[in-house]
Design a protein around this ligand. Structure first.
Ligand SMILES: [Zn+2]
Length: 329
C-alpha cells in the first residue's frame, strides 16, 4: 500500500465515521432558544373553558404625557416599587376565548397583523397563539368586542385587510357602536389620536366588515354564561363582563385598569388613553370595590399574562394578586 492510497483510505474512513461521531455526542448543548413558548393559558369557570391567549406586550419609556395628573418621577417611583424596569412602562395584551354552550367565542382580538411587523414580534401575536392553542379562526362562532381601541379591534382583520373570523358573528357594545359610527362625533374629534381612532374604526367596521355587526346592550347575556356590564369612561361604551357557570364566576374587566402597576395601586391616576378620565376613575373605584367585596376573580386584558387574579384593598388603592399557574385545568 503506497502512502497516497493509505491517506485516501484513512480520509474515507474518517469521513464515514463523521456522522457516527455526531450522533454519539450525547452531551451536545441544546440550541439556544430565542423565543418564548406559545403563550396561552386555560382554566374552567363551571362548565366553561376559558383560554387566555396572549397578544404580546409593549414596553416603552415613560413620558410626562403618559399619566396626565401625576409627575413622571412619581410614576417612575411607583413602577420601581413594583420591580418594573427603571423608567419604562409595560403594557400586556391578552384576549380570551371561551368555549360555552357548544360555541367558540373570542373576546377582543389584539393589536393586529401590522402591529406584529411594527413591533418586531413583541405584540400582534394573538392569531399565532390562537392557532398554537388549537383554534381555527374560521371555526370561531362569535367575536365579542369590549370597546373600539386598536388593541381590541385590529385583530378582526388579517394582514390583507380581510375578515380574520369569516364565519363569526361580531358583537359590539351598542353605545360604543353609536359613538364611533356617528359622523358628527367623527368631525368633532380633537387631536391626532382621536382622529386616527375614528379612521381605524371606520376602516375595520365599514370598509372591511361592511357594518355586519350585532350591537348589544348592557346587562344582557351576549353568549351562554357571558353577561355584559357597563364600565364606561375609558371609552363611551366600554364594556366588561361577568362570566358565570355553576358555582364559578369571573369578572372579565377589559380596560377598567390597564396594567395594575400603576393603575390599580393608584386608581386616581389618569392615563392619556382614558377618554373621560373622571368617569373612568369613578368606574375603576366602583368596579374594584365590588370585586373586593365579592372576592370575585378578575381577568384583566392588560394584566401581566395570564392575567387572572384577585384584588385586595391596599391604602387608597388596590393590589392585584395573580392566581397561581395551574398545571391542570
Ligand atoms: Zn386596551
Amino acid at each position: 500500500m503506497d502512502l497516497s492510497r493509505r491517506d485516501t483510505l484513512l480520509g474515507t474512513a474518517a469521513l464515514a465515521a463523521a456522522p457516527l461521531m455526531t450522533s454519539t455526542q450525547v452531551n451536545a448543548a441544546a440550541p439556544v432558544a430565542d423565543k418564548q413558548a406559545p403563550s396561552y393559558y386555560r382554566y374552567k369557570v363551571g362548565d366553561i373553558v376559558v383560554t387566555v391567549v396572549s397578544d404580546g406586550k409593549n414596553v416603552f419609556p415613560l413620558t410626562d404625557a403618559f399619566i396626565t395628573n401625576a409627575k413622571k418621577e412619581d410614576v417612575a417611583a411607583a413602577l420601581e416599587k413594583a420591580f418594573m424596569p427603571p423608567g419604562m412602562m409595560a403594557i400586556y395584551f391578552a384576549p380570551v376565548v371561551i368555549q360555552t354552550g357548544g360555541k367558540t367565542v373570542v373576546i377582543d382580538t389584539g393589536t393586529g397583523a401590522l402591529s406584529k411587523v411594527n413591533s418586531k414580534g413583541n405584540n400582534g401575536l394573538f392569531h399565532d397563539n390562537l392557532a398554537a392553542a388549537g383554534f381555527d379562526a374560521k371555526a370561531v362562532d362569535m367575536v365579542v368586542i369590549s370597546h373600539f381601541h386598536t388593541d381590541h379591534v385590529n385583530g378582526l382583520l388579517t394582514a390583507d385587510g380581510a375578515p380574520a373570523f369569516p364565519n363569526a358573528e361580531v358583537l359590539v357594545p351598542a353605545t360604543e357602536w353609536k359613538f364611533w359610527m356617528d359622523d358628527g362625533e367623527m368631525s368633532n374629534a380633537k387631536g391626532d389620536r382621536m382622529v386616527g381612532l375614528f379612521k381605524n374604526n371606520r376602516n375595520i367596521f365599514e370598509a372591511a366588515l361592511k357594518k355586519k355587526v350585532t350591537p348589544y346592550e348592557w346587562n344582557k347575556e351576549v353568549a351562554p354564561g357571558l353577561t355584559s356590564v357597563e364600565s364606561i369612561g375609558h371609552t363611551p361604551g366600554h364594556t366588561s363582563y361577568v362570566l358565570a357557570s355553576g358555582s364559578g364566576k369571573v369578572f372579565i374587566q377589559s380596560d377598567v385598569t390597564n396594567n395594575p402597576n400603576p393603575f390599580a395601586t393608584h386608581p386616581g391616576w389618569h392615563a392619556f388613553f382614558d377618554q373621560d378620565a373622571d368617569v373612568a376613575e369613578k368606574t375603576r373605584r366602583r368596579v374594584y370595590d365590588m370585586v373586593v367585596a365579592e372576592k370575585l376573580q378578575v381577568q384583566g386584558f392588560h394584566y401581566p399574562f395570564p392575567g387572572l387574579g384577585n384584588v385586595v384593598k391596599d391604602g387608597d388603592g388596590y393590589r392585584v394578586i395573580p392566581a397561581p399557574w395551574n398545571p391542570s385545568i
